[in-house]
Design a protein around this ligand. Sequence first.
Ligand code: NAD
Length: 440
Amino acid sequence: MQYFLAIIGGGPAGYTAAAKASQAGKQVVLFEQNALGGTCLNVGCIPTKTLLYSAKQYWNATHADKYGVKAEQVSFDYAKMVQRKQKVVRKLVAGIRMKLNNDCCTVVNGAASVVSRTDEKVVIECNGEQYTADNLMICTGSVNFMPPIAGIQDNPNVWDSTDALAATTLPESIVIVGGGVIGMEFATLYHELGVPVTVIEAMPHILPNLDQEIVQLLRDKYEKEGIRILTDTKVTEIAGNRVITDNGEVETDKILVCVGRRPNMQGLEQLTDLKCERGIVVDDFMRTNLPNVYACGDVTGKLMLAHVASRQAEVAVGRMLKQIPLQRIDYKAIPSVVYTNPEIACVGITDEQEDYEVRKLPMSFSGRFVAENEGENGLCKMVIDRKKQIVLGVHLIGNPCSEFIAAASFAVRMGYTMPEFQQVVFPHPTVSEILKEMTE
Ligand code: NAD
C-alpha cells in the first residue's frame, strides 16, 4: 500500500498531524521509536509540571501559616512524587494511542529512516520493512544540547533534564547551568523541596528572551528565598563535582546542564538536498524546499514549544489536504509560560520603543489575587500601538497567570483595540480581571 502521509516522530506535531489526516480519511503511517507523546509528554512539559505541582503542594503546606493554617511536621516522599509523575505520563500516552486508534492510522514502533525520495513518493525503512507514501512529514523534535565544556562528557555528576526527571532521589545540592526556561523550572522544583540551588547563566539576565522587568521580580524573590543566581558567568570547566567559572567555582552534588536544545536530524541523512539553517527551513505552510516534504515542531528550529508544534501540524495537514480557506502559521500571538512560582506568562511583543504605549498595573488590582497570594507581588504589562490602540503584547507575573494568558493571546491574535477589549466581560472574582483593569 502507498500511504498518503508518512510521519516520522510521534510528539505533539506528529500525533496531531496523524490524527487530523487520518480523521479526514487519509491513510497515514506514523513512526515513533520511543513512547507516543514525544519529549513534551514523556520527558518534558508534562513530567516537569507534575513534579512541580507536588513541590508546590509541599511549599504551600510549609508556608500555610500566613493563611492562618498550621501544618506541622510536613514532609514529602520524592520517590512517590516520581511514581505519580510516571502514572500521569502513562495515562496521557494511552490517551494519544486512543486518539490514533482508527482504520486509517498505522503506528509503527521503531526508528525510521528515509531511504529515498522523488516528487511522487517517499520510501521509509523501519524495523527492516519499507513503507512508501505520497508525502513525508518530519516531526523528529529536538535533543538536549551538551556544550563543549571540559569535563562535561561522561561525568556521572552531570545531568541533562531527562536524567533529572528519571532520578528517584533528590540531589543534596544542585548547580544549574543555563538560566533559561528549563533551568528556572528545575530551580523552582529543587528549591521548593529544600535543595540548595545555584543557577549559572552566561547572559546578563536569566530568562533573557522575556520582559526583563517581569523577570527581575522573579529574580528578586528567588534570591531573597536563597536561590543563588550568577549571571554574566561562563562555565569554563567541570572537574568532578566542581563547576569552574570565569568568576570562581562552586562545589555541588549534581550539575544540571540546560543550555538549549538542537533539532534532531536522525534518520534524515538521505535527504541530502533538504535545506537547513537553525533547523529545517519551512515556509508558512510548513513546506520544506523539497516538494511533498513538510516539517513541524522543534526540528524546524522555530519556537520550541509543544503548542507551536501542534499548530504547525494542523497548518501543514490543512495545506496537504488543500482545505479551504488555507491557513498559514502565524507566530505573532503565540503565548508562552514559565512554570516558576510565581508563574510568568506572555504573548506578543515586549518592545518599549517610542511608538508603543506601555501600561502597567500591579496584580493587587485583582481582588482574587490579593485573596490568594498573601505577601506576593505581581505585575501585568500591556504593550499597545499608540495610534491605533491595538493590543500588541501582554506580560504577566503572578499565579495563576498561565491559566488566563490565552485571553490575552486571543486579543493579540484578533488585533483587538483597547475599546474592543474593554467590552469583554471577565468573571469576578478572578485574577484574569487584571486584563480588564488594564483597559480602564
Ligand atoms: P533556553 O534557550 O530557554 O535557555 C538556555 C539558557 O542557557 C539561555 O539563557 C542561555 O543564555 C544559557 N546558556 C547557554 N550556554 C550557556 C553556558 N555555557 N553557560 C551558562 N549559560 C548558558 O533553553 P532551555 O531552557 O534548555 O529550553 C530548551 C527549549 O525548550 C526552549 O526552546 C524552551 O522554550 C523549551 N521549553 C519550554 C518550556 C515552557 O514553555 N514552559 C519548558 C521547558 C522547555
